[in-house]
Design a protein around this ligand. Structure first.
Ligand code: GLC
Length: 733
């Protein structure tokens, strides 16, 4: 992260010395337009929250009287009681509040405006899990930079992204928001996204501060339930869940968001081991920590605090600098300091952390200096979203080269999701210009495909028998069936106990197949799903994901062969929901899963996953040969020849995996340690060399020493986590 100059530091110290306790608490107070959070919540859900004690009648009244609530917040800004807003993205409102802060408040301290710009803003790209399947650092960075430009144009200075939670349980709805199950890929993706959001100078008018979240291990919630308890060894925390945070911090991440979950019994929001020993000391973080939304208030529900005042005492003393929407810090910090329960030194430290980021963002110099919409080429952003959607899609099956679609006359299209543009946007797309999100039906029509479309079945719904009959009776042979899940069922709060295709979607595919149709199934979803039956009943299976504003056009590009699919899975697809959590880099066991009865398998499920990590097909074929390993001082270089032996050009992700064959602690059966995406014309060949550094062989021993052991390693390089050329070597560290 950029450093403050001595001059800037002394300015901040001097400013803090002039602040009252309430003004200091104000800088640590972040509010949403309503106390219900950064986005609207419908009446029914409000009543459920009220019944669960999560909100009060006053909160509901406040939400009902938004204008009055806004007036109240304007006055709080004037009085220096608010330091930040979340959930606003109307530039007029933002500039209006900022003028009040810098012109009417006593100390004229600028506000910082944060929003969830997770996979784009007005133009959204594929959800982050989909985008991670691109295996392309430049694309990840470019898309974050595009999102930053649009966020800045709306007056924002801060995004609550990247989410870097390693996720290995597809029942967890928020698996949609990260980069999947692998730590190495998660690190590369985290760094690229931070660089994209912040650029070289986050004070630039088209950049925003990143917020790496959720600290820590939020993706390891028991049974895939959101917000659920997390308990693991410190070795596992440091080996699996922390590295993407370190990669983000090393890339300059300016803020960190504490997670909702507890970690080994101590809620992250008041976990001083995590927030001080790990985040500040071990990872070297120097920015500020914001709680998650109302997470400080939720310490009461965690039963680690008796009331909001005590919750605030715990959170600030543990290292949470800013209170997101609990309204606790502004209410209780002044008296907690007066009572000696919170030191003024700690209060000043938190304020300095926040003011330091405001300074580095240029907010003190000119808080209104943001890019404007007339400087933005939205069509270029849409083109980037379309390209990314193409590169994120993963071709899972393609029997008999059912794809790409030949010029086979009329094409049947079924599935309610096919004609629903907004559903393509996916979770965390509140600001998306959904009126222009391209549905799959529109995308195919834009490409000139003659369609006969009938919904027939929606996710979770029954089959319209009449429509099914008409489709089956239709003379056209090929049917594109769009199946999956509604976007509300992935993302926050959307844990599912069953990740099969819901309703009668499987029956639809079964009937179409039985009727002799060529079935091209396109999945629109925000998580890996248990689609074994769908795969059996499809000639081709394309994982499109929630692919964003240009989903439909990208889908047409892929189905018609304008683009050859090149996405590779960053999460393992299970045969059945009950296999979750499932991930490729699982620890070895004494009885590795095999066909033998007494082994680490399910007796009612295949040994192998439905589709493994790193897997994905193309419209061409790649062959690997001539594996060579050459020793270097700091590791080895692994080279392999890759040839495109198919009929058309294509992109391949060459993946390097390593297995530590004997170690002091049980190690993953294999781990991704490097990858490179290449493009080859038909008949083209390339020698690809991927490095493996000795440092990458380090792991936490039983005594927590972090080091590598000399010994035998199995090197595998190839197409995915299960297929490649391999060689055993001895590495002296
Ligand atoms: C939510 C999410 C967090 C998000 C924040 C603000 O509850 O957990 O990821 O950034 O609130 O919307």
């Amino acid at each position: 992260m950029k450093k403050l100059s001595d001059k800037q530091k002394s300015f901040i110290k001097d400013l803090v010395s002039k602040m009252t306790l309430e003004e200091k608490a104000g800088q640590l107070n972040q509010l949403a337009p309503s106390s219900l959070g950064g986005f609207t919540i419908d009446e029914q859900e409000q009543q459920k929250l009220l019944k669960a004690g999560r909100i009060t009648k006053e909160d509901i009244e406040r939400a009902k009287n938004a204008a009055e609530s806004f007036k109240e917040q304007e006055q709080w800004v004037r009085e220096g009681k608010i330091g930040s807003f979340l959930g606003l993205y109307d530039r007029k409102d933002i500039d209006h509040l900022q003028h009040i802060a810098v012109e009417e408040s006593r100390l004229k301290i600028p506000l910082i405006f944060g929003f969830d710009v997770i996979h784009g803003h007005r133009v959204v790209g594929p959800i982050p899990l989909a985008e991670s399947c691109c295996f392309d650092d430049e694309l990840w960075e470019q898309n974050a930079a595009i999102a930053a430009r649009e966020a800045a144009a709306d007056g924002l200075n801060w995004t609550f992204a990247p989410m870097v939670d390693i996720a290995r349980d597809a029942r967890w709805g928020r698996i949609a928001e990260g980069a999947g199950e692998d730590t190495y890929l998660g690190c590369r993706c985290a760094a690229a996204r931070v660089k994209g959001f912040q650029g070289d100078d986050p004070a630039s008018r088209d950049r925003v501060a990143a917020c790496v979240k959720h600290f820590a291990a939020y993706g390891a919630g028991e049974s895939g339930r959101d917000y659920n308890t997390v308990d693991m060894s410190v070795q596992k925390l440091f080996e699996t869940y922390l590295p993407p945070f370190k990669a983000a911090i090393d890339a300059g991440a300016m803020t960190v968001m504490a997670a909702f979950n507890d970690f080994c019994g101590a809620p992250c929001t008041e976990n001083s081991y995590l927030l001080k020993d790990v985040l500040r000391k071990a990872l070297g973080f120097e920015g500020f920590v914001v709680s998650d939304a109302t997470a400080i208030l939720e310490l009461i529900a965690h039963r680690s605090a008796a009331d909001l005042k005590e919750a605030c005492e715990h959170a600030i003393n543990a290292g949470v600098d800013m209170d997101m929407n609990s309204r606790g810090y502004i209410a209780f910090l002044p008296e907690l300091v007066k009572e000696g329960r919170v030191s003024e030194q700690r209060l000043d430290e938190a304020v300095e952390n926040v003011l330091g980021i405001k300074m580095l963002l240029g907010l003190f110099d000119n808080p209104f200096d943001r890019i404007t919409w007339d400087e933005i080429d939205l069509e270029a952003h849409r083109a980037a979203a379309r390209k990314t959607a193409c590169e994120s899609a993963v071709l899972l099956k393609n029997d008999g080269e059912a794809l790409p679609l030949c010029d086979c006359g009329q094409v049947l299209l079924v599935g309610a999701l096919a004609d629903n543009g907004p559903e393509m946007a996916g979770t965390w797309s509140m600001a998306a210009d959904n009126l222009r999100t391209v549905s799959i039906k529109s995308g195919l029509e834009n490409a000139g495909v003659k369609l006969c479309y009938l919904p027939v079945c929606a996710p979770g719904g029954e089959i319209n028998e009449d429509e099914l009959s008409r489709i089956i009776a239709h003379p056209a042979k090929t049917v594109v069936a769009v199946a999956g899940e509604y976007q509300v069922l992935s993302g926050e709060g959307a844990a599912l106990s069953n990740i099969d295709l819901s309703g009668q979607q499987n029956r639809l595919l079964r009937e179409l197949k039985a009727a002799g149709k060529t079935v091209i199934t396109v999945l629109v979803n925000g998580r890996p799903m248990a689609v074994a039956e769908a795969a059996r009943n499809s000639d081709a299976l394309l994982e499109l994901w929630n692919a964003g504003s240009e989903a439909g056009n990208a889908c047409a590009d892929l189905l018609l062969g304008k683009v050859s699919p090149s996405g590779r899975l960053t999460t393992t697809f299970p045969n059945a929901s009950g296999e979750c959590p499932i991930y490729y880099n699982h620890p070895a066991t004494g009885r590795p899963a095999s066909e033998t009865f007494y082994s680490a398998r399910f007796a009612d499920s295949p040994v192998e996953p439905l589709f493994p990590f790193g897997y994905g097909l193309s419209y061409t074929e790649f062959e690997y040969s001539d594996l060579e390993i050459s020793a270097k001082d700091d590791g080895v270089d692994v080279s392999v020849k890759v040839k495109n032996v198919g009929k058309r050009e294509g992109k391949e992700v060459v993946q390097l995996y390593v297995s530590d064959l004997v170690a002091e602690r049980v190690r993953p059966v294999k781990e991704l340690k490097n990858f490179k995406k290449i493009s080859l014309e038909s008949g083209g060949q390339k020698t690809v060399t991927l490095s493996l550094k000795k440092d990458q062989l380090r792991y936490y021993h039983r005594d927590m020493s972090f080091k590598a052991d000399s010994g035998e390693f199995l090197i595998q390089i190839g197409h995915d986590s299960e297929n490649g050329l391999s060689q055993k070597i001895f590495i002296e560290v």
